[in-house]
Ligand binder design. Structure first.
Ligand SMILES: CC(C)(COP(=O)(O)OP(=O)(O)OC[C@H]1O[C@@H](n2cnc3c(N)ncnc32)[C@H](O)[C@@H]1OP(=O)(O)O)[C@@H](O)C(=O)NCCC(=O)NCCS
Length: 250
């Protein structure tokens, strides 16, 4: 496996990671209030933020994680997925599991296999630091093309070869992860209608449900209350680790 670095090795990685997030994600996703926890996570757990460099020494891929406590039972993974994990992890005292928060590859390097390497690096951090599992509330990267399909159905779609239909879920499963359960309310982004119009470049003339580019489910607009709410579904996956006995981190 390729050698990885962490935010401990070079504090400038944090700003580079934040900059890439501004490029890699659709604008509306940057407004989830739980994203504010990233600062806390970076300060408390810099050793859990992984970075891969290319042959020329330039950072190409970032993988952010947070330690959490988890029972080991799939049904106990929260329906509130990503938001619950980052908020609890940032404030938590005990942890036995590493939870992936985001994986990002510089757009000019997309399609070159970096995504598997960054997941493997996250797994390596989890194993080396004595965590029992790596879990991830995965944002399936083709779900935005099927925003009307319930996540519980989408996550079970497979190709003729038996692997997941979704490319990003496929990367995890190929590495040995198990699709555990849906996280139907992984992100919740609520704002005034004008804010949503500015963030999406769309106009929402009347109340109703709207398909928004890059969104995994419809946006619900209530003009009378000047409120638009996006609830993003994700998919929990569990990566097995070959770590020894369960250990607690403080
Ligand atoms: C998702 C992301 C990490 C993939 O990284 P990558 O290094 O380009 O991916 P890889 O080259 O390893 O390819 C992985 C799989 O995705 C597919 N893929 C790559 N780019 C794709 C795209 N734009 N659309 C659909 N599928 C794509 C590949 O074909 C491959 O699937 P296959 O080999 O089973 O056919 C990258 O596009 C990214 O950073 N996106 C923005 C952030 C994000 O969505 N992160 C994931 C959720 S946290």
């Amino acid at each position: 496996m390729q050698t990885y670095l962490t935010f401990v090795d070079d504090p400038s990685f944090e700003a580079q990671c934040d900059h890439l997030a501004g490029v890699a994600w659709p604008e509306f996703m940057l407004h989830d209030p739980n994203a504010n926890w990233f600062d806390v996570v970076y300060r408390r757990f810099p050793e859990c933020q992984v970075v891969l460099k290319d042959a020329a020494g330039a950072p190409v891929a970032f993988g952010n994680t947070v330690p959490i406590w988890w029972s080991g039972r799939a049904q106990d993974l929260p329906d509130a997925g990503w938001g619950a994990a980052i908020a609890r992890g940032a404030r938590g005292k005990r942890a036995n599991t590493l939870c992936a928060l985001q994986a990002m590859v510089r757009p000019e390097h997309w399609g070159a296999g970096w995504s598997s390497r960054i997941i493997q690096a996250m797994r390596a951090v989890a194993a080396q630091r004595g965590y029992r599992y790596l879990v991830a509330p995965v944002r399936p990267n083709q779900k935005h093309l099927y925003p009307l399909i319930p996540i519980e159905r989408y996550m079970r779609w497979t190709r003729p070869d038996g692997l997941p239909f979704d490319a990003w879920l496929r990367v995890h499963v190929r590495l040995g992860a198990r699709i555990a359960k849906a996280a139907p309310r992984s992100m919740r982004i609520a704002a005034g209608v004008a804010d949503w119009e500015a963030r999406t470049g769309l106009t929402f003339p009347a109340s109703g449900e709207y398909i928004v580019p890059q969104a995994l489910a419809p946006l619900r607009v209530d003009r009378a209350r000047d409120r638009a709410v996006y609830v993003e579904p994700n998919v929990w996956v569990i990566h097995p680790l070959t770590a020894p006995a369960e250990s607690l981190k403080r």
